[in-house]
Design a protein around this ligand. Structure first.
Ligand code: TRH
Length: 376
C-alpha cells in the first residue's frame, strides 16, 4: 500500500483538551506506523498541548517532539512561507480549516480530509468518506471515526492492549505511579488490601457530590483521584474517613492511560477519554460534552445502544448525565455490590475485546489514502 510521504494535521483548540488530545494521539500513531513519512502537527494553543504532552515548549514557533514537527499555527507562516508547502495528506481536525495561504497552494495531488468528532450515531456510516466540493474546486473528504466497520474506526495503538495487560499484571505499576502522584502511603496500603480506586474526569454539571455520597455509603474504602481543576466545587471530605479524594497535576497522555488502567471504576468525559476508558476494559461511566438541544444525550444513547451494558448500567450513565442526585445514587448503589460489579467488569472487558477486533482508525485512514491513490 503506498503510504503518504508527508502528512499535515491541523488542530484548533476550541475548548478543553479533546481537540489536541485526539490530534496528538493521531500524530503519534501515524509516526509510529510510517517510519519514513514527514508528519507535522499545526496547533494554535501550545499551553493546552503542554498540559497533556511531555516536552512541548509553549512559545516555540517550531519544535520537534519524537518524529513530529510541531508548528505553532499563528506565528510561523508569515516568517517562513516554505512551511506552506502542502503535505501529501492534509488532515484538518473538526473542520478547523487550514490557513488560506496553505489551501491556495493545494491541488488535486493532495488528499484532503476533515477528521470529524467521534459518534456512535447511525448517520455516521452514510457520511463517512463522502467528498465535499470546496470553493476552489478541490474535494475534501469527511472522515468519521466510529464504532462499526463502515466508519473510520477508533484510535488505538497497535501495542496498546498488550501494554495495558502488562501494566495490570505488574503488582508494582499502580502503587509506583500513585506514589509519584503524591498519594499517601496509608492509602497505598489500603488499596493493596482491597480498597477501591475511582478515577473521575468529568464536566462541572455532573452530580459529583452524589457520587461521593454513594461511594462513602458502601463497606469498601474508596480513594477518588481527580486532576486539579476537575470538579472545582467539590466539598472537602472529612479527614481519616473511609472515602478520600486525591488531586493530581495534569499528566501526559500515556500516564493518563495508566491511571485509567489502574482504577476500578472510571468516570470519563468527551471523546478521547471515552475511548481510553473503553480500552482500559474496566467499569466506566461516560459524560459526553454538553451540546445545545441536548444533542449530547442522543450521542450517549447511540453509544449505549451499541454497548454491551445491561439496562442497570445504562441507567446509571443516563442519571450521571442529567438525572437527579437521587436517581444517580439509586442507580449506582446496587451496581457497587460485589456480584453486580463483577458483571460490570465482565461487560467492560467483553466490550473492549469486541471493538479491538476491528481495524483501528490509522489502519482505515491509510487504506482510504491507498484507495484514493489508486482511483486518481
Ligand atoms: O477535555 P475534554 O472535555 O475535550 C472535549 C471533548 O473532546 C469534546 O467533544 C470537544 O468538543 C471539546 O473538548 C472541545 O475531554 P476528552 O475528549 O476526553 O479529552 C481530554 C484529553 O486530555 C485526553 O486526551 C486525555 C487528556 N488528559 C491527559 O493527558 N492528562 C490528564 O491529566 C487529563 C486529566 C487528561
Amino acid at each position: 500500500m503506498p503510504a503518504p510521504a508527508s502528512i499535515d494535521i491541523f488542530c484548533r483548540v476550541v475548548d478543553n483538551y479533546g481537540d489536541i488530545g485526539v490530534c496528538w494521539r493521531l500524530a503519534r500513531q501515524l509516526a509510529a506506523r510510517l517510519a519514513t513519512s514527514t508528519i507535522r502537527l499545526w496547533v494554535d494553543d501550545l499551553a493546552s498541548f503542554a498540559r497533556i504532552a511531555r516536552g512541548i515548549s509553549t512559545d516555540a514557533p517550531l519544535q520537534t517532539v519524537g518524529r513530529i514537527r510541531v508548528v505553532k499555527w499563528d506565528d510561523v507562516t508569515s516568517r517562513d512561507p516554505g512551511l506552506l508547502q502542502p503535505a501529501a495528506m492534509v488532515i484538518e481536525a473538526f473542520a478547523c480549516s487550514p490557513p488560506e495561504a496553505y489551501v491556495a497552494r493545494m491541488s488535486d495531488r493532495q488528499l484532503w480530509l476533515n477528521l470529524e468528532y467521534l459518534s456512535a450515531e447511525d448517520w455516521v456510516e452514510s457520511c463517512h468518506g463522502l467528498p465535499s466540493i470546496q470553493p476552489n474546486g478541490l474535494r475534501k473528504f469527511f472522515f468519521f471515526p466510529g464504532f462499526t466497520p463502515r466508519t473510520g474506526g477508533l484510535l488505538r495503538e497497535g501495542d496498546l492492549l498488550a501494554r495495558r495487560d502488562r501494566w495490570q499484571a505488574d503488582p508494582h505499576a499502580r502503587p509506583d505511579l500513585l506514589s509519584r502522584l503524591g498519594v499517601e502511603a496509608a492509602w497505598l496500603d489500603r488499596l493493596q488490601a482491597g480498597a477501591r480506586l475511582v478515577y473521575v474526569f468529568c464536566y462541572p454539571q455532573a452530580p459529583l457530590e452524589a457520587l461521593l455520597r454513594t461511594l462513602a455509603s458502601t463497606r469498601q474504602e474508596t480513594l477518588v483521584l481527580m486532576a486539579q481543576g476537575v470538579g472545582p466545587n467539590t466539598p472537602p471530605l472529612p479527614a481519616g474517613g473511609r472515602l478520600a479524594l486525591h488531586r493530581h497535576e495534569f499528566v501526559d497522555q500515556d500516564t493518563f492511560d495508566q491511571l485509567l488502567w489502574s482504577a476500578d471504576l472510571n468516570l470519563v468525559r468527551g471523546e478521547d477519554s471515552l475511548l481510553r476508558a473503553i480500552w482500559a476494559a474496566r467499569p466506566m461511566i461516560w459524560q459526553p460534552y454538553r451540546q445545545e438541544d441536548a444533542l449530547h444525550l442522543q450521542k450517549l444513547d447511540a453509544w449505549l445502544a451499541r454497548s454491551p451494558y445491561s439496562p442497570e448500567i445504562r441507567r446509571v450513565m443516563q442519571a450521571w448525565n442529567g438525572g437527579s442526585d437521587a436517581e444517580f445514587e439509586s442507580a449506582l448503589a446496587p451496581l457497587l455490590a460485589p456480584a453486580a460489579f463483577a458483571q460490570w467488569q465482565h461487560s467492560a472487558r467483553a466490550g473492549c475485546d469486541t471493538l479491538a477486533r476491528e481495524d483501528d482508525l490509522v489502519t482505515r485512514l491509510l487504506a482510504f489514502h491507498a484507495k484514493q491513490h489508486q482511483t486518481r
